[in-house]
Write a protein that binds this ligand. Structure first.
Ligand code: AMP
Length: 396
């Protein structure tokens, strides 16, 4: 696996695929700079070596059309501020204008190309378009984990034009290392905590990780499909009836593979899906009709805490209650606290995939876990055991 540390960028132009798909407010100002900050180490390494950096990214979903609101020029000053170098901007990502701007670059300079997705060829993975991008750099660096699961021109196809001169940026290599630690090299006991709304969206992950973990905590809305399948009363809780046979099959496979599955034993049930609903703590398999489980109960939280604090490698994907409502966020907060404790005791903890990061940030856990993934869909696909095209293209 080649990373930027395997190259010296002295006098070289690095063509870097970054993920600057950042949120903008109504005044087109950047409201969350995490992704720009995450790309900084890679850009600085290139500049410190004596090279220059040509940055390419998408922003939003312009679907192959120019769209003034989705121009990357809106983020140029923010990128300059964060990197500490004035970033120049060019109005297109391919063609003569881009080529002239790149030709005029000197070592130490940074150029941001216009939104890749103003060309439909980007998402189509068009080879000619990728070739046009390829002339803009001497070495190709992919540092965009958030789009590594897409076989787009700038994330995957372009790599073939740099047979010996392509590598992962430092962010992407960190993501790959974190996944490796959880899936292959992590110290035992290895624990996966899976929450979120539905079994159906997590099923491939569960199947893939059963071979890799010692403990599996199942929480959140997924719980009730398992509990009902086992014959429990779940009242009006969220449930996917058609997935009940699958839930039983997962439990059977877990037993066969010596994986200990921890399901909630009690829940905080509510008489309405609302922050103001009446609540009561009940056994997970005795939820009265008219009530639904919206958070973990106190005995469950204690059980989960014990498993978490005894684990050495922890993966967390998905909240274990309806964390968006104050009345039902206690379970998710308690999980975060227990992971914090385990991490302080030397465990490696990775949070990522889908909406998990939103929960982590809302409660300020991002600095308390070992690693928070920057890619929602890309992390989910990695956990499902898929080889991401953007990663495969560099490795090829
Ligand atoms: P996911 O995107 O699959 O990780 O699901 C995240 C969503 O699951 C969050 O919006 C939570 O509010 C929701 N969720 C967690 N627990 C429950 C529950 N017991 N009932 C309904 N939704 C839940």
């Amino acid at each position: 696996m080649k990373t930027i540390n395997d190259f010296n960028f002295d006098n070289k132009k690095a063509l870097i695929r970054v993920d600057f798909n950042v949120p903008l407010d109504n005044d087109l100002m950047v409201t969350d700079t995490n992704r720009i900050e995450a790309a900084k180490p890679t850009i600085l390494k290139v500049l410190e070596d004596g090279g220059s950096a040509v940055l390419m990214s998408h922003l939003g979903r312009p679907k192959g059309q120019k769209n003034a609101d989705l121009s990357l020029k809106h983020i140029c000053s923010k990128v300059s501020e964060i990197i500490g170098v004035e970033v120049k901007f060019v109005n297109d990502c391919v063609g003569s204008e881009a080529e002239t701007a790149v030709a005029a670059m000197h070592p130490g300079e940074v150029l941001l190309l216009e939104n890749l997705r103003f060309h439909k060829e980007e998402t189509n993975g068009d080879r000619d378009f990728a070739k046009q991008l390829a002339v803009l750099g001497d070495i190709y660096v992919n540092d965009a984990f958030g789009t590594a699961h897409r076989a787009h021109a700038s994330t995957t196809i372009v790599a073939e034009f740099f047979p010996d001169k392509r590598c992962f940026g430092s962010l992407l290599s960190k993501e790959i290392d974190a996944i490796e630690k959880v899936m292959r090299t992590g110290e035992k006991p290895v624990l996966a905590i899976l929450g979120g709304a539905k079994v159906s969206s997590k099923i491939t992950i569960i199947e893939n990780i059963l071979d890799k973990v010692d403990h599996l905590i199942i929480g959140g809305g997924m719980t009730y499909t398992f509990v009902k399948a086992k014959g429990g009363n779940i009242g009006d809780s969220i449930c996917e009836d058609d997935k009940m046979p699958l839930a039983l099959e997962i439990l059977k496979q877990a037993t066969e593979r010596n994986v200990q599955v921890h399901l909630p034993v009690d829940v905080l049930a509510a008489n309405d899906f609302s922050n103001e609903a009446d609540t009561q703590v009940v056994d997970v398999d005795k939820i009265p009709d008219g009530w639904q489980g919206l958070d973990a109960g106190p005995r469950t939280i204690e059980n989960f805490r014990n498993v978490i604090t005894q684990s050495k490698t922890i993966l967390w994907n998905g909240p274990i209650g309806v964390f968006e409502m104050d009345s039902f966020n206690k379970g998710t907060i308690a999980i975060g606290d227990a992971i914090d404790e385990a991490t302080q005791d030397g465990a490696f903890s990775l949070v990522g995939g889908g909406d998990s990061v939103a929960a982590v940030k809302q409660f300020g856990f991002q600095n308390k876990v070992s690693y928070v993934s920057t890619g929602g869909g890309a992390m989910l696909e990695s956990l499902e055991g898929k080889t991401l095209p953007g990663i495969a293209a560099i490795m090829a």
